[in-house]
Design a protein around this ligand. Structure first.
Ligand code: URP
Ligand code: ZN
Ligand code: ZN
Length: 477
């Protein structure tokens, strides 16, 4: 009888720490052995000339999330996870979002109903806390954290989601008590509202004015304030979708002072710019996201942050709004003011190939850094490591086998999401994941989907950060 269900032979394996040549023996969906000359397999996958990497963890994506503006996300858990898998991702963490005035537990139950029986790869949920009422802070959130929903996002902007500073302090203090990770959307809401009002009064409502309504100082100020609030409470936080060089400076400054401030960035801040947003009509609307893509001169600062350790996490922030019908970007009409265009861009499948080709392939980041940013660090920060995010004996056999020389021209027709466009149409990349395994099962091979909806499992998670040191100020909360 074969010792292993599958042996992946002859590949070059990379983790966040090492690059090595060895075979991988897989049994019962887990990595059972790493070694030379593993021959006792019921099945073999030849990885000669290929890289074998941990499957990606997309720690920030939006899938079938109910929206308050009448728009409907195109991707459900089947199409979203299928697209993720074909892009080399094996775990996603989308958001169960509380509606103001409603229960957080109810949002989680609803989100499970949306995911049940549909996912092709494993998934966990972050929470979005939009209404930290006594009931939420006193009962629901602590109970949900104990049940394995150990991270949540809070917003400093968007009327239907935003918290004020006092509410932020309340949730940060709770995160500290319960051992949860807080993700912060950092933009100054009053500045945005003021600028938007002035722009609208002047008739400046085309997509390019979206960027003018949310300039870099708006992100910089909120990032600094988020850092300050976290310092007061003495709690690690993660600033999500960081876009501007000025916010990067704030985070670098905080990290230099020894504060545990983690940061995430996304492909749109490396590969899109205000020029894309500046296109007329739907072409510009397709690139509306918040924070907005900045000027081209800003992009090297994001690359520097990735290479230099300011960023720990590289996520897609996949927001699957169609461009060609009234369910997505056109929900408020054909030429709506930028304020009424659903925010976000699709990118769950292109996240890893873009960073691999333009980052590893062009010598901007190392292969180990790529693995850390896209798999290992999100697994650690969000309480999934070592089950996910690495290649080690005992870990789930969540693997992506890459052809590092494969030339691919991105076209939406090649992608597996349900969105009718990609903002990266026409980009020529080198390197693509050719086989993706989830718990030892091939879920995507040469662009063909092999996984079945419903095979993906929900992942309750452990505490997200080790008990922190205490300081006098924090002890009071
Ligand atoms: O524009 C964006 N990023 N849309 C998705 C929602 C969010 O704030 O992450
Ligand atoms: Zn956000
Ligand atoms: Zn998002």
């Amino acid at each position: 009888m074969a010792e292993f269900d599958i042996v992946i032979k002859g590949g070059t394996i990379a983790t966040a720490a090492d690059i090595m040549r060895c075979d991988i023996g897989i049994s019962g969906g887990r990595i059972a052995a790493l070694g030379e000359g593993l021959d006792a397999g019921a099945r073999f996958i030849d990885a000669t000339g290929r890289l074998v990497l941990p499957g990606g963890i997309d720690g920030h994506c939006h899938i079938d999330q109910p929206m308050s503006d009448g728009s409907v996300m195109a991707d459900d858990f089947t199409t979203g996870t299928r697209s993720a898998a074909c892009g080399g991702t094996t775990t996603i963490i989308p958001f169960a979002c509380q509606v103001k005035g409603r229960s957080l537990r109810e949002a989680v139950q609803d989100y499970h109903r949306r995911a049940d029986g549909k996912a092709m790869i494993d998934y966990a949920f972050h929470l979005i806390v939009s209404d930290p009422s006594d009931q939420v802070l006193g009962q629901e959130l602590p109970a949900l954290i104990k049940d394995g929903y150990t991270s949540f996002k809070v917003y400093m902007t968007y009327d239907e989601l935003k918290l004020d500073d006092r509410q932020m302090l309340d949730v940060l203090a709770l995160a500290r008590r319960e051992g949860a990770m807080t993700m912060i959307h950092a933009e100054n809401t009053d500045c945005i509202a003021w600028l938007t009002e002035k722009l609208e009064l002047a008739g400046r409502t085309q997509p390019r004015f979206h960027a003018i309504s949310r300039p870099k100082p708006v992100e910089r100020e909120a990032t600094h304030r988020a850092i300050t609030l976290a310092e007061l409470v003495d709690i690690p936080v993660l600033i999500v979708h960081v876009s501007g060089a000025e916010a990067v400076e704030q985070i670098r400054w905080a990290q230099g002072r020894g504060l545990r401030v983690y940061a995430e960035t996304c492909p749109q801040y490396l590969f899109l710019s205000e020029d894309d947003l500046g296109q007329e009509g739907i072409a510009g609307m397709k690139c509306i996201c918040s924070p907005p893509p900045r000027d081209k001169a800003n992009q090297p600062a994001i690359w520097d942050g990735l290479a230099g350790g300011v960023f720990q996490v590289f996520s897609s922030d996949h927001a699957p709004f169609t461009a060609g019908d009234a369910k997505g970007k056109l929900v408020a009409g054909i030429t709506p003011p930028f304020r009424r265009v659903p925010n976000g861009v699709p990118g769950i499948e292109t996240r890893l190939p873009l960073l691999f080709s333009e980052g590893v392939g062009k010598g901007r980041i190392t292969l180990q850094n790529f693995v850390a940013l896209t798999a290992t660090s999100p697994a650690k920060i969000y309480g999934l490591h070592p089950r996910k995010g690495t290649i080690a004996v005992g870990s789930d056999a969540d693997l992506a086998i890459w052809d590092p020389a494969r030339k691919v021209r991105i076209t939406n027709g090649k992608l597996h999401h349900a969105v009718d466009y990609t903002p990266y149409e026409g980009m020529e990349l080198t390197g693509w994941p050719v086989v993706t395994l989830s718990r030892g099962e091939v879920v995507c091979e040469e662009g063909a989907v092999k996984g079945t909806p419903g095979r993906g499992q929900f992942l309750p998670r452990g505490r997200t950060w080790p008990c922190c040191r205490t300081r006098g100020l924090a002890d009071a909360v």
